[in-house]
Design a protein around this ligand. Structure first.
Ligand code: FE
Length: 357
């Protein structure tokens, strides 16, 4: 098994066997045994979430048992949820908004959709580089490289910069450069390297693409396995999901590919969050705060992240995920997520300019 490194930032970095998500859910259920609620006692909150995992539903149920607060879940994509909130205005029933990627959280913050969470508990539990006053990261993911080891050596793709080399011509697959996952990555480069270097890098990578950008991250991984390309950029959990899949087709994809942590000799791999905040017009703001604190709680964190093969934001949480264990430890870029998220407009301009459509 790969040795775990100790990381440079506050993201939980050691994954020790021990707690299973099932075990966690079991103990959460035990905490929350309470008598059935009558209508008059019903406390509730409305959650708008872009997360859609059945494991999340089990956690919401545990929250209700523990606090007596019922959770009305509205699931949709990130952008539709933001549009819905904007069109509903002050009449919105939404109390909590959960989104994937700091770029989207930042955009929602710019749109004035959040209020300050005002929670000491959240500030204590979650490292400062993974939150702002208005929203908090709740799980972390890394933007990694997936290679065909028969065509590309790990030593050839030690950093994102390597993707710009002439030897990579015709080998790279990515999703649209306009997607938030890409904009956040470009944003981190804008912060670290400046505009001119980032633009030159983007231009060179566009020239190296095996095909015009299309599909999601998993499509890029599959394209490496099928031989259409030899290097893909993807969020870590998509690869971990394939690793844990029972489907023979998925297992074949994993067998033909290898995941590489970029920038390990530099600042570290680009790390992003999924997270959320209290909606500006929340009818039940204090329940919303309690809910976010629950999601950031020691007992909930591992299971919450585990549901999507991510890492908890809270330090020292033990997780039991064979795929993540197998991928091993890594050095994470300590750049605050809000910092690169704030660069997304400049990043989009470079996408338009360089044709990474
Ligand atoms: Fe995703």
């Amino acid at each position: 098994m790969a040795a775990h490194k100790v990381y440079a930032t506050g993201i939980p970095r050691l994954f020790l066997a021990g707690l299973t998500s099932l075990g966690l859910l079991g103990s959460l259920a035990g905490l929350g045994l309470s008598s059935p609620l009558t209508a008059a006692q019903t406390k509730e909150l409305t959650l708008y979430t872009a997360r859609h995992y059945s494991s999340d539903d089990a956690l919401y149920a545990a929250f209700t048992r523990q606090t007596g607060i019922k959770v009305n879940v509205i699931s949709a994509g990130d952008q539709p949820l933001i549009e819905r909130l904007k069109s509903e205005g002050p009449a919105s029933p939404a109390d909590v908004l959960l989104l994937a990627d700091a770029a989207r959280l930042w955009a929602a913050e710019q749109d004035g959709l959040f209020q300050a969470h005002g929670s000491n508990q959240l500030e204590k539990a979650i490292p400062a580089d993974l939150r702002t006053q208005n929203w908090v990261g709740l799980t972390t993911r890394a933007r990694v490289l997936i290679i065909d080891p028969k065509r590309v050596k790990t030593s050839e793709v030690l950093s994102y910069s390597d993707l710009a080399k002439p030897e990579m011509k015709g080998l790279i697959c990515t999703r649209s450069g306009s997607h938030p996952y890409m904009l956040s990555l470009f944003g981190s480069m804008l912060v670290a390297e400046g505009s001119a270097k980032t633009e030159a890098w983007m231009r060179a990578v566009v020239a190296n693409l095996a095909r015009p950008p299309k599909g999601g991250d998993t499509d890029q991984i599959r394209a490496v396995a099928s031989g259409e390309c030899a290097v893909a950029i993807s969020n870590s959990y998509y690869y971990a999901r394939l690793m844990r899949s029972n489907k023979p087709a998925d297992q074949e994809v994993v067998a033909k590919t290898k995941m590489v942590w970029p920038n390990q000799l530099k600042a570290g791999v680009h790390v992003n969050v999924s997270g959320g905040g209290i909606v500006k017009t929340a009818p039940n703001a204090s329940h919303a705060r309690t809910f976010l604190e629950f999601l950031a709680g020691q007992a909930t964190q591992a299971a919450f992240a585990e549901g999507n093969n991510e890492w908890p934001v809270v330090k020292g949480i033990a997780a039991n995920n064979p795929a993540l264990e197998k991928l091993g430890g890594f050095k994470a870029d300590p750049m605050p997520v809000a910092k690169f998220a704030a660069e997304q407009r400049r990043a989009q301009q470079l996408v338009d300019k360089t044709g990474w459509k």
